[in-house]
Design a protein around this ligand. Sequence first.
Ligand code: APR
Length: 255
Amino acid sequence: MTVHATQLNKAADWLARSRRVAVLTGAGISAESGIPTFRDALTGLWERFEAADLATPQAFRADKALVWGWYEWRRMQVLRSQPNAGHRALVVLRQRVDDLRLITQNVDDLHERAGSPDVVHLHGSLLHPRCFACGHPHVLPDGIPDEPEGGRSIQPPRCERCGGYVRPGVVWFGESLPTLAWSAAERAVRECDLFLSIGTSGQVFPAAGLHQIAAQQGKPIIVINPGEMASVQSRELCLRGPAGEVLPALLARWA
Ligand code: APR
């Protein structure tokens, strides 16, 4: 971790003085749990695709088995993985501030398994599929799917209500975000007195727009990401390191 002590102290001081914190997480917070981020190259059956190519209604119509296979492989990975120190640190942070609202772009359940309640999922969840035709929720069999490492094509199950094909419960490119989740996220950012952005490349809108709202409203912003980050606003601190290391270090400085 290459975060300087002065940066950490300053961020810890900002956190200690804040009462209402809005947190936005992205794929980066689950990277240390072994789940690849979206910009990581795909492997196995899907290595010739970009994630964005498979995560669309068009791709599902074109080859349901290929897309459903990809999501079952990802669901297997998520169910085999465990929350990491970054997920757990947010549970502790919630106990230290008056109000913490946790918004995620992730479709895994690692925040919930770490103990975070009321997580706002902007992009849906891998664990809540529904019918592509009628929207009826579909209950998946218990247990972890046993998919080959390289993945495979699998015909999606059928809807028990209308017989239509079942699709993953995630938000695909070209689809709108769940209305309630989006309005809760916007409200959390407008009402917060500190915005914490963790493990997101900020490339996908409207989720990335939450950072802009916070900046436009002059909110102090703390960004945690080991990668190169875009332009840093005046009231913004960039802590360049993995979330699983930086978040516990931040809490440790906040006696
Ligand atoms: N800790 C913190 N950040 C990390 C870590 C880590 N250990 N490892 C990687 N990162 C950072 C990367 O530097 C990158 O900036 O996490 C970010 C992950 O970016 P993306 O893969 O673009 O993921 P995300 O921003 O969540 O993508 C947004 O895009 O494909 C869609 O719907 C999908 O929700 C997803 C959305």
